[in-house]
Every structure is written in C-alpha cells, then in structure tokens.
Write a protein that binds this ligand. Structure first.
Ligand SMILES: [Zn+2]
Length: 109
C-alpha cells in the first residue's frame, strides 16, 4: 500500500504511540519491567486493580499501534488479520491500528 495517506496514518499512529507511552509513564508503568510487576503482588488493592486494568488496556493498545507501524514498514498494513481482505479506508481513518476488517471485527463481538 503506497498511497499518499500512508504517511498521514503513520503520523497518527506515532502520535498515538507517544500519548499511550506518556499515559503509561504517568501510571508509573515502565515499558520493559511492567510484565510480571503486578502479577507478583499478592496484595492488590481495588485501586491498584483499577490501575492495573487501565495499564493493561493502554499496553494492549500500544501494542496494536506498534504492530500497525510494523505493518506499514513491511507493506501488510490495511490487511485483515483474520480473512486477509482489505480493511476499508474509512475504518482505518477511524481506527488506524485496526487489525480486522469490519465484518471480521463484528463477528468477534
Ligand atoms: Zn476480515
């Protein structure tokens, strides 16, 4: 996919990645030592549980964004991970890190 929009999408994804990293940093989550850090704690308070859930969501989203950037690099960006079909441009505009086409995504939920 070598359309002019690719650079726009890359910019959006990079912005999103920065936002997510900043929010994770605010939560005190290091990108490298996060895995296992919470899991080791046997005394997780409710508040910490909420933070953990938020951190997991942010980390998952960050991973999606990084995967999408990787796909831009290897040329597979915009392809559905489930059926291999093209993801509609409108969907990518709304959610640049989308992994699935609209029909596969709707089947999953
Ligand atoms: Zn699909």
């Amino acid at each position: 996919m070598a359309s002019p929009e690719t650079s726009v999408l890359r910019g959006q994804l990079e912005d999103e990645r920065e936002r997510l990293r900043a929010r994770l940093a605010e939560l005190g989550v290091g990108s490298d030592d996060f895995d296992g850090g919470f899991a080791d704690s046997s005394q997780v308070t409710a508040e910490r549980g909420e933070l953990e859930a938020l951190a997991v969501t942010l980390t998952d989203t960050l991973q999606e964004v990084e995967d999408a950037l990787g796909k831009l690099d290897d040329g597979s960006y915009g392809r559905c991970e489930s059926c291999g079909g093209d993801i509609a441009a409108a969907r990518l505009e709304a959610k640049p890190a989308a992994r699935l086409c609209i029909s596969c995504a709707s089947k999953q939920r």
